[in-house]
Design a protein. Structure first.
Length: 249
């Protein structure tokens, strides 16, 4: 078993709301994820998935607890963390006036990559994400699925060992979703660690090597699909999820 590339230890995040007071978005999240696996974070909207991922990506500072990504502490060495991961969220957009190619090159330069490396990565991503047909088209003219491909390309242009993908196929049609899934599987086969956050139980069930169920800010179960099925005496992920959060029989 390889060493974990992500370690989260009792991670917590509390927000202050004028009306509600202190709101615990993430209460106590501990897990490890490894190179060459897709680790699923499954939960309903508002469960704390995105907040947990934003802490791992150093976008938010935890209220308590700690985490490491690729050996870098999220508080002590956030620059090391950012160089080690690509983070795709619902807020990861594209610039309307730039072409798909210009977007990828621009973000490569933001990462401080050399021209030769950017050119090499561009050639790779064109093939892996099937970008060639719209590479020189302005992003304003792209379909939803094409924009998502460009968003993924800008997220991984620096070839990080860790990918954090928050609802990567949300709002996409069947063909676009299929292409994204193909890319995710290829990244795992290359030895990358992928954290996949979703409320789509079918997607998590099909893709993930291990699954963590998060509910009301807490991780309530972690395991492989078969381990979770056995633990909760369930036949599918929906039944497993409901039993894990105390709703199923």
């Amino acid at each position: 078993m390889p060493s974990p590339i992500i370690k989260s230890v009792h991670l917590k995040k509390t927000f202050t709301d004028r009306k509600k007071g202190n709101v615990e978005a993430v209460r106590d999240v501990s897990f490890e994820a490894f190179p060459g696996e897709i680790f699923g974070l499954l939960g309903p909207n508002g469960a704390g998935k995105t907040t947990a991922l934003r802490m791992l990506a150093t976008i938010l500072k935890p209220t308590d607890g700690s985490a490491e990504v690729n050996g870098f502490d999220i508080i002590k060495n956030p620059d090391g963390v950012r160089k080690s991961l690509g983070f795709l969220s619902g807020d990861t957009g594209v610039y309307a006036r730039l072409s798909a190619k210009e977007m990828i090159i621009y973000f490569g330069k933001l990462y401080g990559l050399g021209n030769d490396f950017i050119e090499q990565r561009l050639e790779t991503l064109i093939v892996e994400l099937e970008l060639e047909s719209f590479l020189d088209r302005r992003c304003a003219k792209l379909s939803t699925g094409q924009r998502q491909k460009v968003s993924i390309a800008r997220t991984v242009v620096h070839d990080p060992p860790v990918l954090i993908l928050d609802e990567p196929s949300a709002g996409l049609d069947v063909l676009a979703s299929r292409n994204i899934v193909k890319f995710i599987k290829a990244a795992r086969d290359q030895g990358k660690c992928i954290i996949l956050s979703s409320h789509d139980m079918g997607e998590v069930e099909r893709l993930c090597d291990r699954i963590a169920i998060i509910f009301e800010g807490r991780l309530v179960a972690i395991g492989t699909k078969n381990e979770l099925y056995s633990r909760y005496q369930a036949d599918n992920m929906e039944e497993t999820f409901l039993k894990a959060i105390g709703i199923g029989n």
